[in-house]
Design a protein around this ligand. Structure first.
Ligand SMILES: [Zn+2]
Length: 177
């Protein structure tokens, strides 16, 4: 895509996020722009399947988001406004990724966590849509989860927002964490 078009797409998405229409992709909440990402490329992928195997075991929507790096529509996800006590596993491979104690209400339209279970999530630079964002994937299976945004001044211990698709997660109730 030519750069000018990418910029137009970005501006349209950015504008819609500001005007409270729902953006089509995960975007920073426009308060203050983030500091450069720290990347973690040392974690090995442990669950390896062919794309055909993934397609057979996932629903079409799960496949689109988890394996093809898609995004669920803002405000539609099962866990967007969900605050039960428990653990969120990877919908692809079942690895525990997030605890409900790190979930917070960001108002962005997707489940938001201020931290992941240590080592469970791996970060990559994502240069799609004409901008640079930090993509997060399940360390074990490489499944796409969403993006991390920093420095947005939410009142959380890390000042990070893991913006995760509900489709990428499977909640498991767990009372005593
Ligand atoms: Zn996984």
């Amino acid at each position: 895509m030519p750069k000018r078009m990418l910029v137009a797409v970005y501006l349209r998405a950015y504008k819609s996020s500001r005007s409270r229409l729902q953006p089509l992709i995960h975007l920073p909440v426009p308060r203050q722009f983030a500091s450069p990402p720290k990347l973690n490329r040392n974690m090995a992928t442990k669950v390896e399947k062919t794309e055909d195997e993934w397609r057979a075991m996932l629903s079409p929507e799960q496949f689109r988001i988890i394996r093809q790096k898609g995004t669920e529509r803002a405000g539609t996800g099962e866990y967007d406004k969900f605050y039960e006590e428990g653990v969120y596993d990877c919908a692809g491979c079942g690895t525990a990724l997030y605890k409900s104690t790190t979930k917070f209400n960001s108002g962005c339209g997707w489940p938001a966590f201020f931290d992941a279970i240590p080592g469970a999530v791996t970060r990559h630079t994502d240069k799609s849509w004409g901008m640079e964002r930090i993509e997060i994937v399940c360390t074990a299976c490489g499944g796409h989860l969403g993006h991390v945004f920093k420095g947005e001044k939410y009142d959380t211990p890390t000042d990070e927002r893991h913006c995760v698709n509900s489709v990428s997660l499977k909640f498991k109730e767990e009372k005593s964490q």
